[in-house]
Design a protein around this ligand. Structure first.
Ligand SMILES: [Zn+2]
Ligand SMILES: [Zn+2]
Ligand SMILES: [Zn+2]
Length: 257
């Protein structure tokens, strides 16, 4: 299995336009964070989790030439705003793009991209094939088994996804006990932390993320969806405990399991 982090930033990305802070001013590529998303290849399929406003740039930068389907975590713009840009994949693959998400997320896709769902869509509109999924109910597509895990983003349900021994969770603030059970046994865990220490209503901060990593105890953990409130990349690793294999993800980071 191969995973490429296409983006590891929050809704504003990093740098934040107009901001002059040390992280936003950094020239280190580790401090350039597009909106959060990952590309995954299993033996039988290739897909992305989320399709934010940077999707087009992300597939170009990472030379992604095919996507079998898209898993959506939730309806916020930084996670679905790039869906119109599946068009080249529609043309290239000569078919609708299968998209998986909760009922609430898919309703929002239909509202935002209404022009694709009209009786006679404008020629060249993106084409989606939507499938509703539910927490804790595994499904299989292209011989890849996927288990949706529900986390809460404030009060909004967000889907995390477990694929074998890999679990990707973003935009979590609270993870219910029964869903934690579904994540246990994961060897490679991705989890969000928006700020170093700030009790945000909607997002884990670093301390929350580290507590969750402790609870799951994976072989390796990766932190994503990082804001410019974190120090520049060269100082980041010093925020993490030394006795565990945990790292801050960065755009373009590739993992092979
Ligand atoms: Zn987000
Ligand atoms: Zn900044
Ligand atoms: Zn969100």
């Amino acid at each position: 299995m191969k995973v490429i982090f296409l983006g590891t930033g929050p809704s504003l990305g990093v740098p934040v336009p107009t901001c002059k802070c040390e992280t936003c001013s950094s020239t280190d590529p580790g401090d350039k964070r597009l909106r959060s998303s990952v590309y995954i290849e299993t033996g039988s399929s290739k897909f992305v989790i989320d399709c934010g406003p940077d999707f087009r740039q992300q597939v170009l930068m990472n030379h992604i030439e095919g996507i079998d389907f898209i898993l959506l975590t939730h309806k916020h713009n930084d996670h679905i705003g790039g869906l119109d840009d599946v068009r080249p994949f529609n043309y290239h693959q000569k078919g609708d793009m299968p998209v998986f998400g909760t009922n609430e997320t898919l309703d929002d896709v239909v509202n935002r991209f209404y022009y694709s769902f009209e009786k006679r869509p404008y020629p060249g509109s993106p084409k989606f094939d939507l499938t509703e999924i539910e927490k804790g109910i595994p499904f299989e597509i292209k011989n890849t088994k996927i288990l949706p895990v529900e986390v809460l983003h404030g009060t909004m349900p967000v889907m995390g996804y477990r694929i074998g021994d890999f679990t990707y969770i973003t935009d979590a603030k609270y993870i219910p006990e029964d869903q934690i059970e579904l994540v246990k046994g994961t060897k490679w865990l991705v989890i969000n932390a928006l700020h170093p220490s700030y009790k945000h209503k909607m997002h884990f901060d670093l301390e929350d993320a580290l507590d969750f990593i402790d609870m799951i105890n994976p072989e390796q953990a990766f932190i994503t969806h990082l804001s410019h409130k974190f120090p520049p990349y060269k100082e980041l690793q010093s925020l993490l405990p030394k006795d565990k294999d945990i790292m801050f993800a960065y755009d373009g980071l590739e993992l092979n399991f």
